[in-house]
Design a binder for this molecule. Sequence first.
Ligand code: HEM
Length: 363
Amino acid sequence: MRGSLHKRMHSLTMSFANSSIMKDHLLMDIDRLVRLNMESWTGRVLLLDEAKKITFYLTVKQLMSFDPCEWTQNLMKEYMLVIEGFFSVPLRIFSPTYRRAIQARTKVAEALSLVVRERRKESEGGERKNDMLGALLDEDGNGGGFSDEEIVDFLLALLVAGYDTTSTIMTLAVKFLTETPLALSQLKEEQDEIRARKGEKEALTWEDYKSMPFTQCVVNETLRIANIISGVFRRAITDVNMKGYTIPKGWKVFASLRAVHLNQEYFKDARSFNPWRWQINNNTPGATSPLNVFTPFGGGPRRCPGYELARVELSVFLHHIVTRFSWLPAEQDKLVFFPTTRTQKRCPIIVQSRVVSGPCKEV
Ligand code: HEM
């Protein structure tokens, strides 16, 4: 993507995933779509698949204002083929996965092009929706200046950026919590208290989100251990001296976020899941972690524009899963880190609805 175009796209994404949009309507959409998805949960649930549905539908809603329907379902089926191809060897003739992915990408791009064309017509007639597509078509009130092709590319890029990352982090948070019962029960207590203040079907508000300190420790710790994006590439635009070495101008560097997040110097007992290490005023020696080396969303001007949205999505997901269900792993599942961070079996669990009496007490 060209430099200035890329900058505009970055700032547009920021403006559609910031806290005021979240307060205004996005949090309500997230709450509604998470609930809607969980309504169908009984017995054995493949957690990763459900998390993927939630994040896909949410992104489509955020980008184009569509609620889950047959069209979004079909789009998701094709889109999943594109994602599969993302991680396959790109040999057109030999890899059926890659070939299928190329065909699916064409179908998804065609479906999105149709939507863009329709919306451009509406926008020219003065109609404007308050979503990402609306902004792309009319960024400054004079038309956004993007071609249809650029918009489709951008929509596809955003679908990719937010989908796999957020759904995997949701799944892994639940896996880590299941393996750390003390953390799960503290999180449940915090979320039950929030639910007890509200009606059963009432959506979470921004104030609720801001009153989840322990949940935020769980979010941090999940991001730290999982390292969904293991590192970022940068190119040195001048000679850089670092720790006695020189990175010459023009060199490409891979900055490993994983290496920092699992460094014992910064995080004591770095490989264990310990959400308490993030608690402020925790005076246990070695328990406080230096926040300035914690960069799961990268850093600088390229920092992930979806960082806040991802945190909110995960927090809302955790709220609903712990207040509505108890669960057990359906079978052993292993965490793997290549080619991406994920669990081998998509995290199957057996769920049971929590029977609550009065203000969220289990009977
Ligand atoms: C747990 C979830 C997520 C993680 C761990 C994550 C992590 C990252 C990282 C490490 C980068 C590279 C940043 C850099 O180069 O410094 C990135 C870029 C990006 N992310 Fe995310 N992300 C997540 C969710 C999202 C979501 C929900 C969105 C959609 C709103 C999103 C949109 C993007 C975009 C558009 C970029 C490219 C930014 C640019 O190159 O200017 N991400 N993300």
